[in-house]
Write a protein that binds this ligand. Sequence first.
Ligand SMILES: C[S@@+](CC[C@H](N)C(=O)[O-])C[C@H]1O[C@@H](n2cnc3c(N)ncnc32)[C@H](O)[C@@H]1O
Length: 255
Amino acid sequence: MAWDPAQYGLFEAARARPGHDLMAALPPLKPATVVDLGCGAGKLTMALANRYSVAEVAGVDSSAAMLGRAALLDTRVAWQLGDIRHWRPAAPVHLLFSNAALQWVEGHGEIFPQLLSYVAPGGVMAVQMPRNFTSPSHALLRQVAADGPWAGLLEGRLREAPVHEPAQYYDWLVPGAAHVDVWETEYLHVLDGPDPVLEWTKATAMLPVLETLTGAMLADFIERYRAALAAAYPRRVDGRTLFPFRRLFIVATRA
Ligand SMILES: C[S@@+](CC[C@H](N)C(=O)[O-])C[C@H]1O[C@@H](n2cnc3c(N)ncnc32)[C@H](O)[C@@H]1O
């Protein structure tokens, strides 16, 4: 997909917060190797590199645009263009980290145990994924997509619920793990600006729409979706918008 680092960076602090919360939940570790899967523009990878300053750190992402932004940050990190589905480390990794990326990778039942198998004994796999696919931001997107002249073009392009129930991840990981900690947090992001939820989803959930529609049809779609979002997420007394956002966290220690 055509990831846009500038659009994604519009709400940088709110988007980064779960990643920092995931880092804060890591058990004490002195990893020799750290890999950030789906590292995007690399800000969290840099936070990992600063925290584990003696580790070899790599960031893997399939978007050249996102990695191009990351590469401007630091040359200590090995920025690698690659697809998580086919990624395999040369040697077991001590900390395998992934923030807001694995929800884009199909086949979780295979990918999660496989990724844990790449972690060294005693090492950690730490993952955060959104689990807000039934919230108005996503439900309205699917609703508008299904009801308009664009319906045929968009059929099958928007995913219903790519992230499963929390307990499912426990079941997938526990056979290879000494310990699996799974929890959810619902953030209440405080967003500035006009139509901030629209601007938020333009960088993520709306990408298939932005890639498929053009011209007047795209403008019509955006206006319908914008109006629906404005009704679902009204401005608060200070003019800002609250955006409830549930996220799933997993920290698994390899057996
Ligand atoms: C929402 S961004 C998160 C970026 C970063 N982890 C962060 O927290 O800021 C998702 C990233 O996952 C990457 N991604 C999605 N599917 C991928 C795949 N199959 N292989 C590698 N990267 C992928 C995208 O290119 C994008 O940069």
